[in-house]
Ligand binder design. Structure first.
Ligand code: NAD
Length: 523
């Protein structure tokens, strides 16, 4: 395998003993490249490199060679070779391997948290308390779930036959993940696929490959056979499209933007693949006039700012019934101003930078354009000072935007909340449903009938009542409408990653079956 000598950029990469290296003690784990194929790291062969950048400082962390189509072919071949053995393992054997996998991940929790914080700019308290424990819990959940794959019970439905249903793995799954929760997205894609007996090739986002690679290595350390989990780290247009169109890949599972999801769907459909799409969101946050204002304001700030707003379920559009509107805007803006921006590794930090300077500039563009048609109540700028080199942006609250404006309709994917008033319950629910998306939503009320109505009538894959954001391994996550289809997590995810086979046994042992009359007449 070609081993380049420019894996570490001499101008930008961490030097041993520097503060940058302290931020990333696991750096030398990637010395052999950023592809993980058949149980070992390898360099990509596209001929192009990518540098992972710490968005808090702008410093390079690791330069790696991007995967080309040959690397995708090698990963798919490894997954294909591993499939018969892994699919043929008993559920108990797969479960044991996943339990060991959860234990290895648990032992590496701090390294995983630091690497995730470094490549994404997430505060360490978020990765330590949410990304990493969530991933370990997901792994433990699927270790248990692997033993509970079920089909319909067997029976004599025709009278003359015994029918039963086999639930079988699909084959090699090709998955593509975004950069906002790289570790959790890798887990959500890989775990249900392999628990059900499939093998997988995952393409993480180019910006954030580190924890997907660590996750795959942990699988090998836990004793999963080589080739069951493979990672190709390449560009979407090259490695991503090659993976989606690959004839030996039986299923595509994509998480990312709706625009790219449409393109991926076209390629997958042309090759008649099973398809699972987890796409963008623009979650409404509906506050009725009997809600607990303090709870709603705290919920809106936390729900809008988690992961610096780069969360597909983040609260992005708060609709507040007129009697509470002014007080909600005032309290929410005041709470936003108390949030401490800073270095993700500093203990006092609440909010880190965005994932990249390009993403920060994209968010700033939305807000700058909004000044022309709405009011920026707080935020709306990069902080400067000690944080000037990082991709930081202040928590931002916008009011007065028209409902068809881009601030209300488009996914901004940053720490920006738009707040709008409504009068009647009908209007609040109608506005909540008035974007193309349908991933998540919340309703805030102390009236059980109002809350129930909102959960029935809001078109989204998840509706919280008096909270916004929590997820749990046992419950499904997935979208309605332009947010995609199919479910991650929970037993429901097995519907995506398995196929059902009807097996029908004749019980009559008669040569001339009754139904043959339709062919032979009375003979
Ligand atoms: P993106 O769509 O730009 O990229 C996602 C992935 O697709 C990346 O790995 C990228 O390299 C790859 N890709 C890009 N072009 C491709 C192509 N032509 N063919 C194949 N692959 C291609 O999304 P992003 O900016 O990385 O992530 C943010 C988006 O992800 C947001 O829209 C967010 O809502 C969405 N998201 C959704 C969920 C969910 O569960 N629904 C979860 C997390 C993120």
């Amino acid at each position: 395998m070609h081993r380049p000598d420019h894996r570490r950029d001499p101008h930008r990469d961490p030097r041993p003993g520097t503060a940058q290296q302290d931020r990333f003690p696991a750096a030398d784990r990637f010395a052999d490249g950023a592809q993980y194929i058949a149980g070992r790291l390898a360099c990509g062969t596209s001929g192009r490199t990518h540098t992972v950048v710490d968005p808090a400082t702008g410093a390079g962390v690791l330069t790696y060679e991007l995967a080309g189509t040959d690397d995708v072919d090698a990963a798919v071949a490894a997954a294909r070779a591993a499939f018969p053995g892994w699919a043929g393992a008993t559920p108990g054997e797969r479960s044991d391997a996943l339990h060991r996998f959860a234990a290895v991940l648990g032992a590496q929790a701090e390294d995983l948290a630091r690497a995730e914080s470094l490549q994404c700019g997430k505060p360490l308290k978020l990765t330590r308390e949410f990304d990493v424990p969530g991933t370990v819990d997901n792994t433990a959940f699927f270790a248990g779930a692997a033993r509970h794959l079920q089909g319909q019970s067997a029976g004599e439905y025709s009278g003359d036959h015994t029918s039963y249903v086999r639930r079988e793995p699909i084959g090699v799954v090709g998955s593509i993940a975004p950069w906002n929760y790289p570790l959790q997205m890798a887990a959500w894609k890989i775990l249900p696929a392999i628990a059900a007996g499939n093998t997988i090739v995952l393409k993480p986002a180019e910006l954030t490959p580190l924890t997907s690679l660590m996750f795959a290595r942990a699988a090998t350390e836990a004793g999963l056979p080589d080739g069951v989990v493979n990672i190709v780290t390449g560009a979407g247009r090259e490695a991503g499209e090659h993976l989606v169109g690959h004839p030996d890949v039986a299923m595509t599972s994509f998480t990312g933007s709706t625009a790219v999801g449409r393109r991926v769907a076209g390629i997958a459909t042309a090759t008649v693949k099973r398809l699972h799409l987890e796409l963008g969101g623009k979650a409404p946050f509906v506050v009725f006039d009997d809600a607990d204002l303090e709870a709603a304001a705290h919920g809106a700030v936390a729900g809008a700012l988690i992961n610096t707003g780069q969360d597909c379920t983040a609260a992005t559009r708060a609709y507040v019934q007129r009697p509470l509107y002014e007080a909600f805007v005032e309290r929410t803006a005041a709470l936003m101003e108390t949030v401490r921006l800073g270095d993700p590794f500093a203990p006092g930090t609440d909010l880190g930078p965005l994932v990249s300077h390009a993403q920060r500039d994209r968010v700033a563009g939305f807000v700058d354009r909004a000044r022309g048609y709405a009011r920026v109540v707080t935020g709306g700028e990069a902080p400067g000072g000690d944080l000037k080199d990082g991709a930081y942006y202040r928590p931002t609250l916008i009011t007065g935007a028209a409902h068809d404006s881009e601030a209300v309709q488009s996914e901004i994917f940053g720490p920006v909340l738009v707040v709008l008033p409504f009068d009647t319950d009908d209007e609040g629910i109608r506005l909540a449903n008035d974007t193309p998306y349908g991933l998540a939503a919340s309703a805030w009320s102390r009236d059980v009938y109002r809350a129930h109505r909102a959960t029935r009538e809001i078109k989204a894959g998840c509706v919280w009542v008096n909270d916004h954001i929590p997820i749990i391994s046992e419950m499904p996550h997935g979208g309605y409408r332009a947010s995609g289809f199919g479910k991650d997590m929970s037993m429901y995810s097995f519907e995506e990653y398995t196929q059902l086979k009807h097996v029908m046994f004749d019980n009559t042992a008669v040569a001339a079956k009754d139904w043959h009359r339709t062919v032979f007449g009375d003979r």
